[in-house]
Design a protein around this ligand. Structure first.
Ligand code: NOJ
Length: 556
């Protein structure tokens, strides 16, 4: 029996060291959530103003994507200063106010840490550029001489995740490594100064009352760049990278870094939590999630799967087994700021494979272009069914801002307005990730649909008038009210981290949680009979005693 099973409802949930195990975590992409000062960018006071909304939604925690000073070469994942707030988003005082407001509403706060790379405007990188070859300042990053007779060729032919070469030349002729955009130079994690610096940053936010951390590209920090560097073709020939021998993805030494972090997290009461963003083979995810490591790791399997009963069941079974083996609880994700929204994925005629591929060394693929083949109604119906299934699973569920409004990917963004480097570095082949980052609609009219008084930094579509929060609040059958009810019931029904599969037709998934809570999803084309029990909630209207296609129901 798990610890949380022994004590599912502690007297003070804010002090519960196991709070994360089955939390519903809501991801905020701060620049697109709510803009209090009317400059077109969402900000921290905007989030504070929406704490009542988050409380009413019923989430247990909020994860904030980066809010640090940044030139936004990669939406804030290019950090200039890890211990400050972007002045356009507020100040440290605003941060403290936001944290206090969340905490008094009983909501935990997780912040994003980006340790693989800084921005090229970070003080250390500026110092590295101003310092000579071989200097201590350069050794905080990964500088190398070039190849070819005059060093004018990069040290290797490696490609960056966002497209284009992974090495950038600096004026004195050396090259630096950037696995992502050139504005995101990779740190050298063999340098003790880098290690110490991040411990200071983790302590800084932990002391400020942050409850947990989401670790960006957690599988890339450890690198072995012993020469000669393998070519891309040689790396590709090595296959799935299950032996920890790739020069930068998922090396075993990376866990030494997280063991140090864990010691720091455990100095706090309750211990600070962490979740790894690690696009690694499922068989290697467990070490990131171990109690000696970060404690949890994202499982992106559902997010990459088609709406299919067999596939969902395989994924659920495998991940629950893995969670049981590591001591972590499982994580579930259907949408985030990097992938096409799930309401859209499920409404496209083809399987979503390719619309949500991660950093596996082979690059990212985002198909933001969705019209005219999108069946919006079908996509949303399936999204609601999949979300409800996800919320009934043992483990923590990560929700992405706007999915509670049933938002679709915004496809109609003019190229000139697109911000994502994945678009700009792929000659327009890949639409990039802007379509899921469009500022949220809070009201049916007014400038930027209530996002702020100064417009929105990405253009919002007309359909936001009907999907706005203000409209959905008044409609009992809206997706917003559907999420609110689902989260409320989830909180009440939540119990030990166990699941029992019940017999069902092939296109149906039916399971029971301890205490009798049942979830049944019909992935098939024909209605099926509902099991015995009292219906608590459903993702679409029920047809008498029947569960229609693309629908989930909960029963007790
Ligand atoms: C993963 C983040 O989720 C993504 O948005 C970012 O572009 C890359 N890491 C690089 O930091």
């Amino acid at each position: 029996m798990t610890a949380s099973a022994q004590q599912p409802f502690p007297a003070d949930p804010m002090r519960d060291p196991h709070w994360w195990r089955q939390a519903a975590v809501y991801q905020i992409y701060p620049r697109s959530f709510s803009d209090a000062n009317g400059d077109g960018l969402g900000d921290l006071p905007g989030i504070t103003a929406k704490v009542p909304y988050l409380a009413q939604l019923g989430v247990d925690a909020v994860w904030l994507s980066p809010f640090y000073p940044s030139a936004l070469a990669d939406g804030g994942y290019d950090v200039d200063d890890y211990r400050a707030v972007d002045p356009r988003l507020g100040s440290l005082d605003d941060f403290d106010d936001m944290a206090a407001a969340l905490h008094s509403a009983g909501i935990k706060l997780i912040v994003d840490i980006v340790p693989n790379h800084s921005s090229n405007r970070h003080a250390w990188f500026r110092e590295a550029l101003a310092s000579p070859k071989g200097s201590a300042a350069r050794s905080r990053y990964i500088f190398r001489d070039g190849t070819g007779p005059d060093g004018s060729l990069p040290p290797s032919d490696w490609q960056s995740v966002f497209g284009g070469g992974a090495w950038e030349r600096v004026p004195d002729g050396q090259w630096y490594l950037h696995l992502f955009a050139p504005e995101q130079p990779d740190f050298n994690w063999e340098n003790p100064e880098v290690r110490a610096e991040f411990l200071t940053t983790l302590r800084f936010w932990s002391d400020r009352g942050v409850d947990g951390f989401r670790i960006d590209v957690a599988h890339a920090l450890a690198k072995d760049l012993t020469e000669p560097l393998a070519t891309s073709a040689e790396l590709a020939a090595e296959g799935e990278g299950l032996d920890g021998a790739h020069p930068f993805w998922d090396r075993d030494e990376v866990h030494g870094i997280y063991a140090e972090w864990r010691e720091l997290f455990n100095e706090y009461n309750p211990p600070r939590t962490a979740v790894a963003e690690a696009w690694v083979h499922a068989s290697r995810r467990g070490r990131y999630a171990s109690p000696e490591g970060l404690g949890q790791a994202f499982n992106f399997d559902l997010l990459q799967a088609d709406f299919d009963a067999v596939r969902f069941r395989e994924i659920i079974t495998a991940n629950l087994e893995q969670a049981a083996a590591t001591g972590a609880s499982s994580t579930w994700v259907l949408s985030n700021h990097d992938v096409v929204r799930h309401a859209t994925r499920y409404g496209l005629p083809s399987a979503p494979a390719g619309s949500a591929k991660g950093q596996d060394g082979k690059g990212w693929v985002f198909s933001g272009g969705t019209e005219p083949d999108l069946d919006r109604g079908l996509g949303l119906r399936r999204a609601r069914a999949a979300t409800m299934l996800m919320l009934a699973l043992p483990g923590s569920a990560y929700l992405y801002q706007g999915e509670e409004l049933g938002l679709h990917e915004v496809a109609a963004i003019p190229d000139a307005d697109r911000q994502d480097p994945t678009f700009h570095r792929n000659a327009g082949v890949d639409k990039g990730r802007d379509g899921c980052r469009v500022p949220l609609p809070w009201t049916a009219d007014g400038p930027s649909f209530g996002f702020g008084t100064g417009g929105a930094h990405l253009p919002q579509p007309d359909e936001f008038a009907s999907t706005a929060v203000s409209e959905q609040e008044q409609d009992g059958s809206s997706t917003l009210n559907f999420y609110r009810r689902a989260l409320e019931l989830r909180g009440k029904q939540q119990t030990a981290e166990e699941l029992e599969w019940l017999e069902s037709p092939a296109a149906v998934l039916h399971f029971r949680r301890p205490g009798g809570w049942q979830s049944i999803t019909n992935f098939g084309a024909e209605a099926v009979e509902l099991p015995e029990g009292t219906v608590l909630h459903s993702s679409a209207g029920l047809d008498g005693g029947l569960l229609p296609p693309d629908t989930t129901a909960w029963l007790a």
